[in-house]
Design a protein. Structure first.
Length: 341
């Protein structure tokens, strides 16, 4: 590990996570989403007329494809969700000595992610925990990014994250210009939570295993830019260990697993940003549908055609394919007949 802290101007980009307890440091965090089941007969009628101010255009579809609850069979239920395009991101970046070559890659590539987020539809905020300062890309609102001046070592990312969520590092928050923040950047109650660890090593020791990760019981997606079992070392990248603890957390939360030794980080950045958008428009069903093709999907006042969404039987979720139709705060209704028993 480094004996001293270094502050360097460098190009940057990434982030996500939050807490459920409320404090001056933590702000209000998003509670775990609850799925509301509503009997078909209880649903209020939806105005799908062309004159509706909030109506969204969609391809013409049959009742089965459109989610028209009046055509659903007896016993159908409806799960209701609210769309959030807000994302709070937390990055824990290993800056130990073994990461020197990878830090150079971060300096070259991480700014691209922030630029991609800045030009996309995600309303992001980034909490960056590391003992380096990085210059923001042009055009990025500095109020959306905060640095937590704390060293992240070779194997302690998880315990450092837990300390951050507990409010231990409230006084370590810095603006992108290096000025101490009087109050930390708050986690938003209605934001999706994403956590990203960047390390060439693995979690190690007490408090640093996958089972120890505790973002105050908040629902978070964990992603890992680490050494993978398929990583090929060489050039400017040599890993100290495969990041199995971080990989386990990413698998458990259905996050992204990316190779830290990838020679071109632009692909990693594109994938991570796309994954975050997709997670923002993916919704769980409370029960297994008896006929996935018969799921009815309503977005606000619009009936969506089957081509506008996809059902994943492994996760029992529906993902909206055409996310351009989605607005922050949109309402999604999934109507279907659950499997008997």
């Amino acid at each position: 590990m480094k004996a001293t802290q270094v502050f360097l101007p460098i190009a940057l980009t990434l982030g996500l996570l939050a807490c459920t307890e409320k404090s001056e440091f933590q702000g209000e965090s998003k509670p775990e989403e609850t799925v509301t089941k509503v009997e078909d007969a209880e649903l209020p009628p939806l105005d799908t007329g062309a004159d509706s101010k909030d109506a969204m255009s969609a391809p013409k579809a049959s009742d089965a494809d459109s989610g028209d609850s009046s055509s659903m069979p007896a016993g159908a239920i409806t799960d209701q969700h609210a769309v959030s395009l807000k994302v709070d991101m937390v990055f824990a970046i290993d800056t130990s000595a073994s990461m020197d070559d990878e830090i150079n890659a971060l300096q070259t590539n991480m700014g691209r992610l922030i630029s991609a987020l800045n030009t996309g539809r995600i309303d992001f905020q980034i909490h960056m925990m590391m003992d380096l300062m990085m210059a923001l890309p042009p055009g990025v609102d500095p109020k959306k990014v905060a640095f937590i001046n704390q060293e992240v070592g070779s194997g302690n990312s998880i315990s450092q994250l837990n300390a951050l969520f507990a409010g231990t590092y409230a006084a370590s928050y810095r603006t992108p210009s290096g000025v101490v923040m009087p109050t930390p950047l708050a986690f938003r109650k209605d934001a999706n939570l994403e956590v990203v660890v960047v390390s060439d090593d693995n979690g190690d020791g007490n408090g640093n295993l996958a089972a120890d990760f505790n973002p105050m019981n908040a629902k978070a997606t964990f992603s890992a830019i680490v050494g993978l079992p398929t990583t090929i070392e060489g050039g400017n990248c040599d890993i100290s260990g495969i990041g199995m603890e971080y990989i386990a957390l990413a698998q458990a939360s259905r996050g992204s697993m990316l190779d830290i030794c990838s020679p071109d980080w632009s692909g990693l950045i594109t994938r991570l940003s796309k994954d975050m958008v997709q997670r923002s428009v993916t919704f769980a069903l409370s029960q297994k549908p008896s006929d996935p093709k018969g799921i009815g999907v309503m977005l606000d006042q619009a009936k969506l055609a089957a081509a506008d969404w996809v059902y994943n039987p492994d996760t029992n979720t529906v993902t909206l394919v055409n996310s351009d139709k989605v607005k922050d705060g949109s309402k999604v209704r999934l109507t279907y007949k659950p499997t008997a028993g």
